[in-house]
Each structure stands twice: as structure tokens, then as C-alpha cells.
Write a protein that binds this ligand. Structure first.
Ligand SMILES: Nc1ncnc2c1ncn2[C@@H]1O[C@H](COP(=O)(O)OP(=O)(O)O)[C@@H](O)[C@H]1O
Ligand SMILES: [Mg+2]
Length: 364
């Protein structure tokens, strides 16, 4: 089906791309679940949610969280220490957690949207319990150190540059001294829906589920408790937008050294067109060094909506930037999504290992 108006497209990430492509006079089709775009003699390229066929093959690596951290670490980036365990190795994993030091985080090696990510685990009983929950859904479980500082960001890397930084605040409500937590959640969800133009896609709902009730009861609260005026209460431990989190666009207030550091790390890796980097930063106003940021995850099919429709702060025209990067006026000679050859891949790994070897030698 030929698309002439982005309103014909249902999924938000595809809609964002379609709007930018139509504005530039490009040809846009919808076939089965994919959006196809051709323009400036490039394409067609396919789009689905945050995934695009213009992305290089190397980014498959990032589907595995532990392997991602191993490679990034070898390139000198700061990542949480951790290891991978089979679903049947709960006791070995527990020993390892003791060696790492509590608190730890447990998560599936291949997951997204914060599903089955358990943070701040600090005792063996909770560890076993969470481990077996994850083991029930997947073969491999990551055990890693909990990042000691708490402010989390999503960096959007596009065509060798950081183009947007979003602060991610876990789902939260602020008290008025009269309303119950349950009512505050209702009010905030109504606001989220209104701000999302009547749809929940831009700002997914906050759900008071078992996890958030447990968080409340840790603080001696229930959904019927009244929150004091001005007090902000977090209803989740993780910052994902899909878990009801708030997204604040903050690139302008960031010390530029963080964007530069991320660009320097990811430029080493071939064929990365666009990436969403989950990064904890101790203090964004201070210059970046290896002790004050931690990359916890790299998303090769990142969501666009939090940058285009932030809860607060300046919106970024990510659709326009992505379309211009993939369908430039003057296409470069080498196709962007050329498969990474075996030798190219080995070259990257070798370079990484050599670097690590040199670092180790330096430390001895
Ligand atoms: N090592 C960690 N320390 C602190 N928080 C973490 C850690 N790992 C994950 N989290 C929290 O859990 C969220 C989801 O984890 P992540 O690895 O990004 O998985 P997903 O792919 O499901 O988004 C993160 O955005 C962060 O809020
Ligand atoms: Mg994530």
C-alpha cells in the first residue's frame, strides 16, 4: 500500500519515519508489517519499530548483553562487571554474586523493555527466587554488579554522532497531601494519555502491579496511602519508558565530554548506523572519565518516541535526522548495510583483545 500520509501508519516508530520521508518527497510503502522507504536513489529500506534494514550486521552482537559488555570493555569503555550463567546454574551464579559483592542485578541475556530485569538484589533468598523466575523464561542469565549511582540516560547514537540524550526517571507520582497513591496514578495516567494525543503509545501507562506494590510495602505504604504534598514516590526500580517511566530531554545541559566519549567508543565498531545506549552517569555536569559513567546496554533497534515526544524538555526531530542519515542527498559509495565480513569482524575483536592485553600489561 502506498503511504501518502503518516496517519495511515499504525506503529509509532514507523509513523515517525514515514512522516519525515513523506515530507522529503520520498516513496513510502507499507507491505505486511514493514514500512519501505526509497529516496535519493537509496533503498528501499525496511523499518519495523526501532529496527531498520539500513543497520549494519555487526549490531547483532548487541542482542546479547554480556557479550556486548565484554567487547565494550575490551575497547576501554566502563561497563558493569558480570558474567553469564545457564538457567540450571543457580548455585554457581549465587557464588559468583558473593564474589562480585552485593547488591547485584539479574536479567535475561537477550531481553528488552525491562522485562525480567531485577535490580538491587542483596540476599541469597531473593537471588534464588529471581533467578528461577528468569530461568523459567530463558536459557541464559546475566549476573552483574548494580551500578552505584542512580541517574540513568538513553543516548541516541546516529551516524557517528550522539544526537539526543534523555534522562529516564522510573515511573513516579508526586503527592498533594489529599489523594491516595492509587488516585495519583490514575491522574498521572490520564495526563499521560492526554499528552500522548489520546493514545498510550507515546507515554505508556503506569501499572500498580505486584512489583510496585512490593516497593510500596517496603516503605510501609499501600495503594490507599495518602502521599504528603510535594513528595515524589518511585513506583519502579527500572527506568524503561515502557514501564511507565518519565523521559526528560537533557542534551543541552550535559557536559559535552560524554557524547564525545560515546562517539569515540562506537566509532570503533563497524556498521553501527543507529544505537540506543543505556548509560548511568554520576554527575552530568562534570567532565566524563571512566569512573563516572557506566554503559549497561546497547540497543540496536532503539525506540524513537522518547526523543520525539519527551515528557519534558526539547523534542528532537529524530525522524528527520534518521531519514537524512539513511537517504542522504549524495549517497556515499559504500552501501551502509554491507554485511560485515569475517575478516572485518575478526579485525575488530583482535584489536579489542590486543588493547586489553596492553592494558593488562600496563597494570602489571
Ligand atoms: N547493572 C545495573 N545497575 C543498575 N540498574 C540496572 C542495571 N542493569 C539494569 N538496570 C536497570 O534495569 C533497566 C533495564 O535493564 P536493561 O539491561 O537495559 O534491559 P532491557 O533490555 O530490558 O531494557 C535499566 O534501564 C536500568 O534501569
Ligand atoms: Mg534497556
Amino acid at each position: 500500500m502506498l503511504i501518502r500520509d503518516a496517519r495511515q501508519v499504525r506503529l509509532l516508530e514507523q509513523k515517525i519515519i514515514a512522516a519525515a520521508a513523506i515530507k522529503r518527497g520520498f516513496t513510502v510503502h507499507m507491505r505486511q508489517k514493514y514500512l519501505y522507504v526509497t529516496g535519493n536513489g537509496v533503498g528501499p529500506h525496511k523499518f519495523l519499530k526501532g529496527w531498520t534494514s539500513a543497520q549494519g550486521q555487526f549490531t547483532r552482537l548487541f542482542r546479547n548483553k554480556q557479550a556486548t559488555k565484554d567487547v565494550l570493555k575490551a575497547f576501554g569503555a566502563s561497563v558493569p562487571e558480570g558474567a553469564l550463567f545457564h538457567a540450571h546454574e543457580a548455585e554457581r551464579a549465587l557464588d559468583y554474586a558473593g564474589y562480585l559483592g552485593w547488591p547485584v542485578v539479574l536479567k535475561p541475556d537477550t531481553g528488552n523493555k525491562g522485562r525480567h530485569v531485577y535490580v538491587n538484589i542483596s540476599d541469597a533468598a531473593t537471588f534464588r527466587n529471581r533467578f528461577s523466575t528468569i530461568a523459567g523464561t530463558t536459557q541464559t542469565v546475566v549476573v552483574e554488579k548494580m551500578v552505584p549511582y542512580s541517574t540513568e540516560y538513553r543516548f541516541f547514537y546516529l551516524d557517528k554522532k550522539i544526537v539526543s540524550i534523555i534522562r529516564r526517571i522510573p515511573a513516579n507520582v508526586t503527592g498533594d497531601g489529599k489523594s491516595t497513591i492509587d488516585a495519583l496514578v490514575g491522574t498521572k495516567n490520564t495526563l499521560r494519555k492526554a499528552r500522548g494525543n489520546g493514545r498510550y503509545g507515546r507515554f505508556p501507562m503506569i501499572v500498580l502491579d505486584e512489583e510496585s506494590r512490593a516497593l510500596l510495602s517496603e516503605r510501609g505504604l499501600t495503594p490507599n496511602s495518602v502521599l504528603p504534598a510535594g513528595e515524589t514516590l518511585h513506583l519502579r526500580k527500572i527506568g524503561n519508558l515502557s514501564a511507565g517511566g518519565d523521559t526528560i530531554s537533557v542534551m543541552a545541559e550535559f557536559h559535552p565530554s560524554y557524547a564525545e566519549r560515546m562517539e569515540a567508543i562506537f566509532r570503533n565498531l563497524p556498521g553501527c548506523l543507529l544505537l540506543g545506549l543505556d548509560v548511568f552517569v554520576r554527575d552530568h555536569s562534570q567532565p566524563c572519565d571512566e569512573s563516572n559513567y557506566t554503559i549497561i546496554e546497547v540497543n540496536p533497534a532503539p525506540g524513537y518516541r522518547m526523543h520525539v515526544y519527551p515528557w519534558q524538555g526539547e523534542a528532537v526531530d529524530l525522524g528527520g535526522l534518521i531519514v537524512d542519515a539513511i537517504f542522504p542527498d549524495r549517497p556515499s559509495v559504500a552501501p551502509r548495510n554491507a554485511p560485515v565480513s569475517r575478516s572485518q569482524f575478526l579485525h575488530v575483536i583482535k584489536k579489542a583483545l590486543l588493547r586489553r592485553f596492553r592494558m593488562n600489561r600496563h597494570m602489571r
